[in-house]
Design a binder for this molecule. Sequence first.
Ligand code: PHE
Ligand code: NA
Length: 462
Amino acid sequence: MTPPRKSIHGSWSSRLAFVLAATGSAVGLGNIWKFPYIAGEHGGGAFVLVYLACIALIGIPIMMAEVMLGRRGRQSPINTMRALAAEANANHAWRWVGWAGVAAGFLILSYYSVIAGWALAYVFRSMAGAFSGATAEGVGSIFIQLTEDPERLLAWHTIFMVMTMIVVARGVKSGLEQAVRFLVPSLFVLLIMLDGYAMASGAFDEGLRFLFTPDFSKIDANGVLIAMGHAFFTLSLGMGAIMVYGSYLPERASIARTSITIALLDTLVALLAGMAIFPLVFSNGLEPGVGPGLIFQTLPIAFGHMTGGVVFGTLFFVLLVFAAWTSAISLIEPAVAWLVENKGVTRVHASVYAGAATWGVGLLTILSFNRWADFHPLSFISIFEKSTIFDLLDYLTANIMLPLGGLAIAIFSAWVMRREDTVQELDMGDGPAYRLWHFLVRYVTPVAVIIVFLNVTGLVDF
Ligand code: PHE
Ligand code: NA
C-alpha cells in the first residue's frame, strides 16, 4: 500500500463539500443553455437518448476515474498525471493529459464567460421589466440587440471574468459550499415552475414528444459525436476539473455513490430545462434549431406572461449566473493549481495571469456573434460550412479535446495503473461493482470514443 499524499492547496472540509463543489462544476450553462440548443439542432429524441446512454456508460465511470486519480495524486492534473505515471513505471508523456486539460479548460472558459455575460445582461433586462408582455419577435430583437453589440458583450464578459478570478484568487473552497447549497435546490424550484408554465401553455405534449421520441433518421454520425461530447462537457470531464477537485478530497468516501449522485442531478437539471423550453418553442411557432440563442429567445416569453414574471425571471437569470460561476472556477482551477505548484506564484497572481489570458481569447467569441458572424474559417469542410470561430472553439473543445482526454484517462486508469491500486483507491472492494467499473473504463469507453470519432471522419461507416 502506498501511503497517501497530501495536497499543498489544503482540502475540502468534508465529503459533502466535495460533492457540492463537484455539483457546482457540473451544473452550469451546459445544462440550461447548451443542452436544449444542441438537442434542438440535432432533432431531439434520438440525440437525447444517445446523450443519456453516454452519461450512464461513459460519463459516470470516467467521473469515478478522474476523482480516483485526483485523490491519489493530490496535485494539479499535470503533476498528478506525472506522479501516477512514475508510480506505475509508465512513460512520463502521460503528463500531457494534464496539459491538454489545462488548454481545454482555458479555451472553454474563454467562450463560457461570454455566454455567462449574456445571462448577466438578462438579469438586468428582466429586472427592468423588458420582457413584460413580450412576443416571440420582441424577445428575439432584445437578444439580437445584445449580441450585435461587441462593446456590450465585452463589458459583460469582463465583469464575469473578474467575478471568476476573485473567487479563484481567494481559493475555490471558501464560499463555494454555501453558494451551491442554495443554488441547486433553488434552480430545481424555478425549473419546475417553468415546467408548470410550459405544461399550461399548450404545446407541452409536442415538446415532450420532440425530446423523448427517438427518430434515428434525424441523427447522423456528427450528431452522435456531439451527444457524446456533451456528456463529457456537462459532467466537467476529460480536462481535469473533477480531477483537481478530487485532489482536495479528504477522507475515504464512496467515489461511486458520489459520482452517480452528481450525474443524476446534472441530468435532471438538463431534462427539466429542455421540458420547459421546447413547449415554448412550439407554442410560439419558433424553430428548435435556432442555435445558441435558444433559451434567451424562449424563456423570456414565459417570464413576460406569468404572474410575478419580473421577480421569477430575474431570479432565474441570477441562478443561471451562479451556476455558470461555480462551473467557471473549476475550468480554470487546474491551470491555477499548476502555476502555484510549479511557478511558485501566489494564488492571486496565478488567477490574474490565467484570467487575463482567458479574457483575451474571449474576444474571438464576442466577435463571432457580430463583426465576424459571416466568417466561416473551415467552410470547406461540410460539417463546418456555417461554423463561426465560436462554433469551432466549442466543437474543438467539447467534441474533440474532452473525449480524447476521457479516452486517455480511461486507458491510464484501466490499462496503465495497477489493478490493485485502483481497487484500493476506489474503496468498494473487488466485487461486481468494481468489475463493472473496470470493464466499462477498460473496454467500453475506449471503443466507444474511437468508433464515434472514426465514424465522423468517414473512415468507417456504421
Ligand atoms: N459542466 C459545465 C456545464 O455543464 C461546464 C464545464 C465543462 C465545467 C468542463 C468544467 C469543465 O456548464
Ligand atoms: Na452540466
